[in-house]
Write a protein that binds this ligand. Sequence first.
Ligand code: 9UX
Length: 69
Amino acid sequence: MEKELAIEGMKCDGCVETVQKRFSAIAGVEEVVVDLAGKKATVKTNKEISEATFNEALADTKFKVVGSK
Ligand code: 9UX
């Protein structure tokens, strides 16, 4: 499955790396591509993972998932 997540708060490649690491640590996530300019992440997963789960993975960061499709 593939999901596109709109993300607020990323300002540089360090932010991209943090989001990449957090999302990659979620069980079922197989690939994460973060787009700084596009303020989004495209994730490939082997099961349905809710937007809320991705947002929880960003707890204690300044980033926030604000939408998904
Ligand atoms: Mo860059 Mo992001 O120095 O919090 S890592 S702005």
